[in-house]
Design a protein around this ligand. Structure first.
Ligand code: XMP
Length: 326
């Protein structure tokens, strides 16, 4: 009979066979549920011959990198390399405000940072290893959408960083390719991953970089991280995490408005709360959050984040709005 336990066991056996007795695999962790569960399955299959790589682009929410470092490793025992690339990303993003330009820069820098880590992993591999394995958290719906059939695909990775200047070949390992999202969560829970990972709401790859309207700077990221952490804390405290799809918090960094606080005039930035309900992110409705929760979030953000003096709520559905502001 079909059980979540069988799914994991079957995939573990299949991956052991695919990677063989001395193959090496690398898996990029994004902080999301898919890559974490994929990595956990492969770790069970081949242990330390898997290296997980987390590129810290400096665009994550408060505490997320530490969560990966601590909770993921504690739950799986996986070998984890964290690439501290914050400066690299912020330098590359300096002066850019246009959303698609930001996405391109973030994507390009991500590949650079990840390829640097690939080289380290390959350097450790036994003499004569030509092919590495690249773990990807591709789900069944992704495969159906892109029209890929079953089979083994390889990708080439071109390295222009120092060290070995050659092309590497990676064979894809896709432990989730037969699963839907809810099954991925169930497998993750069964493998002992904590709820903060398994029940995590969607978060975009470019991170807070596309939630700062305007240029991305370290200072602006810190402001948004504080506001976002408060909003998430209050949503969790109110027990609302399961009722919404996600709630981006957006910093209108180029906008200022006048306010008054204590005995003085303020001239700060607005943040936008963007709570939505959705089935698949293709369409979305703005979530009718309880006024008391909105009030709490607004009071706390304006009290605790000095640079923010106004909190607004986005009441646009998708379409015509997208979920993210960029
Ligand atoms: P939109 O804004 O298009 O978002 O309504 C739909 C869903 O996709 C997420 N999103 C992204 N995810 N890279 C990602 O990995 C991106 O560039 C990106 N842009 C949007 C968004 O958070 C929502 O869940």
């Amino acid at each position: 009979t079909w059980t979540i336990g069988n799914i994991a066991e079957e995939q573990i056996a299949r991956i052991r066979e695919q990677v063989g007795p001395d193959g090496r695999a690398i898996c990029g962790l994004s902080g999301g549920v898919d890559s974490a569960v994929a990595a956990a399955i492969v770790q069970k299959a081949i242990g330390d011959r898997l290296t997980c790589v987390y590129v810290d682009h400096g665009l994550m929410r408060k505490g997320e990198t530490e969560q990966i470092e601590r909770d993921f490793v504690a739950a799986t025992g996986a070998k984890l390399v964290i690439v501290d690339a914050e400066k690299q990303f912020l330098d590359a993003l300096a002066g850019t405000s246009e959303p698609e330009a930001k996405r391109k820069i973030i994507g390009r820098e991500f590949i650079r940072a990840f390829e640097g880590a690939e080289l380290e992993v390959i350097k450790d591999a036994p003499e004569g290893t030509k092919v590495g394995f690249l773990v990807q958290g591709t789900l069944y719906p992704d495969i159906v959408e892109s029209g890929h059939g079953a089979g083994t695909s390889t990708i080439k990775s071109h390295h222009n960083v120092g060290g070995l200047p050659e092309d590497l070949e990676f064979e894809l390992v896709e432990p989730l390719r037969e699963l839907f999202k809810d099954e991925v969560r169930a497998v993750g829970a069964q493998l002992g991953l904590p709820n903060v990972i398994v029940q995590r709401q969607p978060f975009p790859g470019p991170g807070l970089g596309i939630r700062i309207i305007g240029e991305v700077t370290r200072e602006r990221l810190d402001i948004l991280r504080e506001a976002d952490a408060i909003a998430r804390e209050e949503m969790t405290a109110a027990g609302l995490d399961g009722d919404i799809w996600q709630m981006p918090v957006v910093l209108l960094a180029d906008v200022r408005s006048v306010g008054v606080q204590g005995d003085g005039r303020t001239y700060g930035h607005p943040v936008v709360l963007r709570p939505v309900t959705s089935e698949d992110a293709m369409t979305a409705d703005w979530a009718r959050l309880p006024y008391e929760v909105l009030e709490k979030i607004s009071t706390r953000i304006t009290n605790e984040v000095a640079e923010v003096n106004r909190v607004t709520v986005d009441i646009t559905s998708k379409p015509p709005g997208t979920i993210e502001w960029e």
